[in-house]
Design a protein around this ligand. Sequence first.
Ligand code: GRF
Length: 214
Amino acid sequence: MLETPAAIISPPLSMTWPRFGQPLRLGIMASGSGSNLEAIARSIQRGDLHAQIQVVLYNNPGAGVAERANRLGLPTVLLNHRHYPSREALDQAIVQALGAHGVDWVVMAGWMRCVTNVLIDAFPRRVLNIHPSLLPSFPGLRAVEQALAAGVKVAGCTVHQVELEVDSGPVVMQAAVPVEPGDTPATLQARIQVQEHRIYPAAIALAAAEQSGL
Ligand code: GRF
């Protein structure tokens, strides 16, 4: 019997990660449980990703990501979007917090807010996002449900550079997984998340390497 591959990752995960003179100084933005934050932090702890997490910004009081960051010993800043008059005003506060913590790469890990040029222009080509679909298919909310409803046989996740349009921008890395008979949004999401945790740290290294010409 032919075995279904667990995932196809492109570009392939490299065994020799690019090294930088100085560790990348990451600012993580998250709204939810923070499992991608933890995957990135563990990759750094293992010595795979040469980086340090300067700060974790989150927008939902009580979000799991805050507790996770505390457990990992990472500084957090709550920027509750409900307290800002506009998206731009929130992004100004975000840029200020990132600057105050010496961040040079912005990593959106389940950040459930649209961002504006205020953030994008402050970190040109240095804002990354992860999305649970093979972009450009199924941008926006409930991507896994969208994929199931469309009846696709292969799903996955994408790390990409952030541009103004939601879930657009140059692709850095993708992982594809099979959709299995009887999949629910939860089972497919879980299969995709395993791959998110594998590719995000590698994609950060890859994006930084591409930019520094390594
Ligand atoms: C991930 O599935 C990611 O693709 C999406 O939001 C989710 C965040 O999960 N953008 P977590 O908070 O990292 O567990």
